[in-house]
Design a protein around this ligand. Structure first.
Ligand code: PHE
Ligand code: CO
Length: 296
């Protein structure tokens, strides 16, 4: 038996069954991980680390190595925290799963990153619908070692607390920014297009797909365009947004978003796969193989 999450209940929403977890911070129950759990980590780690050479951004790969993660066993949060604290002042906290938005933003605003403590089961190696330890730790935590990205994540948390106070539409705009940068962002490196989004680096299929497939769009970063763009949670992305550098991300998100939220409230959202006049198109997707509905 592997260590399992303590799910509190299932909430039935218009998106289907959503698992609800305890919101408290919990100590990583490291001794409870089974040999299977460590083997799942080892298998995923080795596979992704190899795949990501030449695909993930240099910043990601350098940070990941500097953090001292290895495939040997599931890392201890305490060990990571010593290195991370030294580098950028971020701390990992253990959680059961997704947190209420305001709790999540408040943690980020204080440089605390919530990491799901449990890891997927062997039969979920290639696909899991909700974030687990592998996604959070392998995917999100390395870039917290990078001072510029560390800054962006904290600023995002502060912006989240603010957007939460403004209303659900502002929150939706900001959530799209997180989705298309932190989770599914691409970056233009001198030697080619690379991945930095956590949702991509923790997925074998999408790590290949996002760079090589002709089906999806790859478009230059544009803050307001992103904030208007819907996204898919159940398939590979139809559109990826490409930044030039993490500095660009900081610069573009520095201004007060309040007037932007007000302006966007007057405009329709953009379907996930659309290309607009004015988009800087690196690759215009053929859209082949895609369902046409289900945008969220
Ligand atoms: N500047 C944004 C605001 O005023 C805050 C923010 C920073 C949001 C970085 C996202 C990322 O709301
Ligand atoms: Co994530």
């Amino acid at each position: 038996m592997s260590a399992q999450p303590r799910r509190v209940e299932n909430l039935h929403t218009d998106k289907g069954k959503v698992p609800v977890y305890a919101t408290g911070i919990i100590e990583q129950p490291w001794d409870d991980y089974s040999a299977d759990d460590h083997a799942t980590w080892a298998q995923l780690y080795a596979r992704q680390r190899e795949l990501l050479v030449g695909r993930a951004s240099d910043e990601f790969l350098i940070a990941q190595d500097a953090m001292g993660m290895t495939p040997d066993r599931i890392p201890k949060f305490d060990d990571i925290n010593r290195v991370l604290g030294e580098a950028t002042g971020w701390t990992l906290i253990g959680v059961e799963g997704l947190l209420p938005e305001l709790d999540f933003f408040d943690h980020l605003a204080n440089r605390r990153f919530p990491v799901t403590w449990w890891i997927r089961k062997p039969e979920q190696i290639d696909y899991i619908e909700e974030p687990d330890l592998f996604h959070d730790l392998f995917g999100h935590v390395p870039l917290l070692m990078n001072p510029v990205f560390a800054e962006y994540m904290q600023a995002y948390g502060k912006g989240g607390v603010k957007a939460h106070g403004i209303g659900p539409e502002a929150l939706q705009n900001l959530t799209r920014l997180y989705w298309y940068t932190v989770e599914f962002g691409l970056i233009q490196q001198p030697d080619g297009l690379r991945i930095y989004g956590s949702g991509i680096v923790s997925s074998k299929g999408e790590s290949i797909y996002c760079l090589e497939s002709d089906a999806s769009n790859r478009i230059g970063f544009d803050l307001e365009r992103i904030m208007r763009t819907r996204y898919r949670i159940d398939t590979y992305q139809k559109t990826y947004f490409v930044i030039d550098s993490f500095e660009q991300l900081i610069r573009a998100t520095e201004p007060d978003f309040t007037p932007i939220y007000a302006r966007l409230a007057q405009q329709p959202s953009i379907p996930a796969g659309d290309v607009l006049p004015g988009d800087v198109v690196l690759n215009r997707g053929t859209g082949e193989g895609w369902a046409t509905d289900g945008d969220v």
